[in-house]
Design a protein. Sequence first.
Length: 324
Amino acid sequence: MDLAPPFDPELAAALTEIQARRPGRITLEGIPALRAAGGILGEPTDEQLTRNGALTLQERAVPGPEGAPDVPLLILRPSGATTPVAAVYYIHGGGMIIGSPRSVGADPLLDCATELGLAVISVDYRLAPENPHPAPVEDCYAGLVWLSEHAAELGIDPARIVVGGASAGGGLAAAVALLARDRKGPALIGQLLVYPMLDDRNDSASGRQMDGLGVWDRDANDVGWTALLGDARGGPDVSPYAAPARATDLSGLPPAFITVGSAETFRDEDVAYAMRLWAAGGQAELHVWPGAFHGSDTMAPGAALSRDSAAARLAWLRRLLSSG
């Protein structure tokens, strides 16, 4: 194992507690048990989702991809809003193998929504390995298309939709932005990529450094990508809509906010993605938080680095939406 960068001391203490509560090594065979365990944070209550009434909650099932099941959406909108509002179309994390749209309740994004008067639409999608690529990304894209077409009835401004997500959801958000560009679909104002899972090759220096460390290490990453892609993982023919790091053209994409920790598997692929966006003439704001582990902003929200990360996300959204 390569020498890993140190964890932030405050986050390291939190990580010790988190690891004591998490299940053992992640394997393909253990996915059902992992789902049954419900994750480290558990399912948020309706009160957590609505931020004690600041947001209204609605659940809808909308048409999925052709020949596929409907796509469930969880819609959170500012209570009492009388004019169309901007929205973040949010895609949950979970390594492509676990998770639900209700996990947005633990995300600092909902605090941004209450501060800025945004709607948040959290999409459910079919999980791997039962539903390999392209099922997850096509579900996410179908939900976005529906949202764009029905924005008026939801009180949402279709010209101010941001696609975003965390971890696997961040990778899917980047892929949805690529699909929207290539299919001439909904015009997105930005992409919010929170420690996104972008590269199935899993061969970066940060991946080697974090092997066996943190909450999503190189072995777990292999499991997630193998569940999604099977034997194609790491090979020459992986679609950029599965692994956005494979995209050869990153031009014409909406402005991106990319945030990642220095002590996590996805650090190098996320930094590389930002650099390639700049090289393609795009706009990206990149934050690498020293000593942060994967998901630390939601698992240890009171830590100083987590608060700084949430503040940077809020500031970016405020600037983006005020200029749109």
